[in-house]
Design a protein. Structure first.
Lengths: 517, 297
């Protein structure tokens, strides 16, 4: 156990130096990217915001079901099959057919090549589950149909969220999917998340609809209130133009009224639609509706054919900027709710770093002094192992660009406290062995051999706890499990390679002394 | 090597442990745990006031006027730092926090929100569930590991020792209404690992001694083993506690609960590996035959 080959000695030294180097690279700046790695600081240390958003898919589902009804009607009409009494009850589409068409309709809906009820071979499932009771059919989203729908609406939403966050211009935001209806947004270094929160909280569904003069519109009407809550208006359900047709939007100053407005430009299709609608609607009031609220309803004085226009409202420059941003980034497929928020201010983060480093330093010092007091020369060896352990740990965390959190720092300190355990086990064992064995080299060898299983057992149990924390924990706690787990590995390395190497050198050199340990 | 008759006190300390466990369970069942916003849902705000005359009751009054449900205000470290917790969390209103800050500005002047945690009911119940799963899973994993490595009598002793530590630590949190949050779950898991570690070291020695001295009764054999490993037990506990006390005293307010739970866990973990795990080996009448039989299989 005490014999080390040259090659082994060299590789241990090289290994230790490499990782210690990465540990130091946190504090020194290099030009080269590979050599200058930094440990990532968690949001709790550098300050920032963690937002968990949940998408509310109910409106999307209802919308899709309504569209499906129209599609079914059209499809079966072409096939000259009569379907009647369409209705939407909860999330179920209901319709009836004539008795002699039942089989026919059933076959069409359950066909693997079906045009109206898509079959997904990977899931072995149709988009809709079809149930029939006599001539009454009911269609429900199948489990996989719903998963696919949720995934596609989440994909859209995440894209829009990304655009909005990018527009605000925070540094290195982290936007991730969580499950099939959640989005995690991490915004490091963001001091005030209020603006982003209110930007993400808006669906930003923009439509242009005429205010109806008589209640006999062919498309039906709806009652909407103005944004400021001052009054209501009856608006035609016919959507002249929606936010989809916008190509650009920016806040500007209207030179005539001296008001802040949002000016927008439309794509070709949008410009055509807008021109047509405004030429027929001169004199009418055009309501600009955002998320079900009327921002303003200017009167159309002349046809607008240039494909650009202005939205006036009671804007400040900030609110006009935000509206323009929302319009540029597009509408969310469904509303998002913030179901979890954690924000840490930058100065608290710095305080936590300071406190963490202070307690690491003090803890480290106390352990080192205690070990020297207890074991003298061997304490020194254990301490050397401990120092290199710390460098290795920080070096590995840096190399893999792991995220260091406040509990993670606690994990490092705890590693310092527990890391000496292995050396203590060995030293205590050696002490026992020396009682019966006069040859120190044999005694030391036995000490290492006999304590090995115990050390492995003891560390594996802690490793199990760290693994479970890693897979079950989130955020800061995950950071703790990483340092704890990596700490065990570096501890074993530093004990079995570094400390053992030093011990063997020391023992071989001083083998004639009376009492070594 | 020390020669302390630990085994003379097995019974007395077992009774003490039993009493502590019963007290802990009574508190856990009837008083329950003081869950933080992570597990209960709601909002936590760590704030710093610029006006030094602000005190707890003034801050509580201003929050009470905002209809936020049950409000609790506590000092947090510095004179000017406070932790405010209340039931309400509003996920549909992105301006929720901003409005609170504005209202506070009108009543108690400029305040800095150093930390805001806002957890919805769905998330908090999920976090609680995953916390419970994590702890149960780690207990199960430990049980499995020790069952593979040792005979069942040893596994039972080790697991009971862990339950002892976790129950009493949580019991103390319940008695003193200390807050249970995500980091406490991490602490409990680490306690489980530590307590196991401590027990395994003694058990390894017991097993070794069972082979060596087949004529010594388990009652005395456990005592020999405890004494042989005692100096390691003490040194490791001391270094771990040195590190933990350093976190507790200098690591800032946020880590206080976490390090306290760990300190309690290390103390009880060390105690239980001597006074719970070993008496169980005695009670189960483990002998050299127990391990010989196992090795023949």
């Amino acid at each position: 156990m005490l014999y080390f080959s040259k090659l082994r000695i060299i590789s241990v030294i090289v290994f230790t130096i490499i990782f210690s180097y990465f540990a130091f690279s946190n504090f020194v700046k290099f030009d080269d990217k590979f050599f200058s790695k930094n440990i990532n600081l968690g949001l709790d240390l550098q300050g920032g915001s963690y937002l968990l958003l949940e998408i509310d898919n109910r409106p999307v589902i209802t919308q899709k079901l309504q569209a499906k009804i129209i599609e079914l009607k059209r499809y079966f009409k072409e096939k000259q099959i009569t379907l009647k009494n369409f209705s939407l009850k909860g999330d179920t589409i209901l319709f009836e057919t004539t008795d002699n068409e039942i089989e026919n309709v059933k076959n069409i809906l359950n066909d693997k090549e079906s045009d109206v009820n898509t079959y997904y071979p990977t899931y072995k499932s149709h988009e809709f589950d079809v149930l029939e009771d006599g001539n009454l059919f009911s269609l429900n989203y199948s489990r996989y149909g719903l998963v696919l729908l949720k995934n596609s609406s989440l994909d859209q939403a995440i894209e829009i969220v990304r655009r909005r966050v990018d527009e605000v211009g925070t540094n290195e935001p982290n936007i991730l999917k969580r499950g099939n209806d959640r989005i995690l947004v991490e915004l490091p270094g963001l001091d005030d998340p209020n603006r982003i929160k209110s930007l993400l909280g808006k669906t930003a569904n923009l439509t242009f609809q005429f205010i109806s003069q008589n209640n006999e519109e062919s498309f039906g009407t709806e009652k909407l209130s103005f944004e400021d809550g001052s009054r209501d208006a009856i608006v035609s359900k016919r959507i002249i133009l929606s936010g989809d047709n916008l190509v650009d939007a920016k806040p500007t100053m209207n030179s005539q009224t001296n008001e802040t407005v949002v000016s927008f430009s439309l794509d070709r299709v949008g410009a055509k639609k807008f021109g047509k609608a405004t030429s027929t609607g001169v004199g009418k009031q055009l309501a600009i509706v955002l998320d079900g609220k009327i921002i303003s309803a200017p009167s159309v004085r002349e046809p607008i054919i240039g494909g650009s226009g202005q939205i006036s409202g009671d804007f400040t420059f900030q609110s006009a900027t935000d509206l323009a941003l929302l319009l540029r980034s597009g509408a969310l497929p469904a509303p998002l709710n913030i179901i979890e928020e954690r924000t840490v201010g930058p100065d608290l983060g710095q305080d936590s770093i300071d406190a963490g480093i202070l307690s690491l330093f003090i803890g480290f010092l106390l352990v080192i002094l205690f070990m020297i007091y207890k074991y003298r020369a061997f304490g020194l060896i254990a301490n050397l192992a401990l120092v290199s352990n710390l460098f290795l740990l920080i070096g590995i965390l840096t190399l893999f660009e792991a995220t260091l959190t406040l509990p993670g720092i606690a994990g490092i300190i705890l590693t310092v406290g527990m890391a000496v355990d292995a050396n203590v086990l060995i030293f205590e064992r050696i002490k026992e062995e020396t009682k019966n064995e006069k040859n120190p080299i044999i005694a030391f060898d036995a000490g290492y051999t006999k304590s090995r299983t115990t050390i492995l057992d003891a560390n594996i149990t802690t490793l199990i706890a760290a693994f479970i924390l890693f897979f079950m924990g989130s955020g800061p706690v995950k950071g703790f499990s990483v340092t704890l787990g990596v700490g065990i590995l570096t501890t074993l390395f530093s004990v079995y390679f570094i400390a053992r190497l030093l011990t063997s050198l020391y023992v071989v050199k001083n083998k004639d002394k009376e009492q070594l340990l | 090597m020390s020669n302390i008759s630990f085994n003379k006190f097995y019974r007395k300390f077992n009774i003490l442990s039993l009493i502590l466990i019963v007290i802990s369970l009574v508190f856990l069942i009837f008083k329950g745990l003081n869950y933080g916003v992570d597990f209960k849902g709601g909002t936590l705000i760590e704030l710093r006031t610029t006006d030094k005359t602000n005190n707890i009751s003034l801050i509580r009054d201003s929050f009470n006027q905002m209809n936020l449900g049950d409000v609790s205000v506590k000092k947090f470290g510095n004179e000017t730092d406070f932790i405010v917790k209340f039931e309400k969390q509003n996920s549909n209103d992105p301006d929720f926090i901003k409005n609170i800050q504005n209202k506070l500005f009108n009543s108690i002047g400029d305040v800095d929100f150093r930390r805001v945690e806002n957890v919805g009911p769905k998330v908090s119940s999920e976090l609680l569930k995953s916390g419970i799963i994590a702890i149960s899973l780690s207990l199960a994993a430990m049980l499995l590991y020790i069952w593979i490595r040792f005979e069942w009598q040893f596994s039972l002793g080790a697991i009971l020792a862990i339950f002892h530590d976790v129950i009493i630590t949580l019991g103390i949190f319940s008695i003193f209404s200390l807050e249970i949050n995500l980091s406490i779950v991490a602490a409990v898991l680490t306690i489980v690992g530590y307590s196991m570690n401590d027990t395994v070291v003694i058990f390894d020695r017991v097993r070794e001694n069972l082979r060596k001295y087949s004529d010594i009764k388990i009652f005395d054999l456990t005592n020999i083993s405890i004494n042989e490993t005692l100096s390691r037990t003490i040194i490791t506990s001391v270094t771990t506690l040195l590190a933990l006390f350093s976190i507790y005293l200098f690591g800032g307010e946020i880590l206080k609960g976490f390090s306290l739970a760990m300190i309690l866990g290390v103390i009880f973990g060390t105690y239980s590996s001597i006074y719970i795990a070993n008496p169980i080996l005695v009670a189960l009448n483990v002998s050299s035959r127990t391990i010989v039989k196992e090795e023949k299989d």
